[in-house]
Design a protein around this ligand. Structure first.
Ligand code: HEC
Length: 131
């Protein structure tokens, strides 16, 4: 019995040591963990009910949206905070007014509770069109 233990113990110690080594984790392919960015998480919580990235749903597909707004992210952020305010301010012949008509005057809800930076994160995520 003692003899067998003296052979087994070093083997067990070695196995435990190998298991704990950080190398095992570092050698795993990077694709195994896909991090959810803040923009994606917020999009899933607040926008996905009506928007998708590449397909129209209740609202338009959001991929490429920054260019559609002439790169005016300040106005885009204002629009997400309160779309009806931007539509009223710019007039019905401006981009936002025409979009509203095209979407059968479906009103997007106002998002007062999220910060400008959070909206920017969502828009940058959605604009890329990569889920
Ligand atoms: C209840 C449905 C609904 C929700 C929820 C919603 N939207 Fe919208 N969204 C719409 C509709 C409908 C339009 C188009 C009509 C309009 O412009 O008012 C729109 C338009 C937009 C546009 C302009 C798209 C373009 O092609 O120019 C952006 C940007 C946008 N939404 C972002 C967001 C973001 C970001 C969220 C989450 C914080 C969100 N939306 C949540 C319904 C929604």
């Amino acid at each position: 019995m003692i003899k067998r233990l003296s052979i087994l113990l070093p083997v067990i110690t070695l196995l435990v040591a190998c298991n704990n080594s950080d190398n095992t984790r570092q050698n795993m392919p990077a694709t195994t963990v896909v991090p959810v960015t803040p923009g994606k998480r917020l999009f899933m919580n607040s926008c996905m009910q009506c928007h998708s990235l590449k397909q129209d749903k209740t609202g338009p597909a959001l991929a490429g949206v920054i260019a559609r707004w002439g790169n005016d992210t300040t106005k885009l952020i204002a629009f997400v905070h309160n779309s009806q305010q931007v539509i009223a301010a710019d007039g019905k012949d401006a981009y936002a007014g025409k979009l509203f008509d095209k979407w059968y005057k479906t009103t997007m809800p106002a998002f007062g509770g999220i910060t400008d930076n959070e909206i920017r994160d969502i828009i940058v995520y959605a604009d890329k069109g990569v889920e």
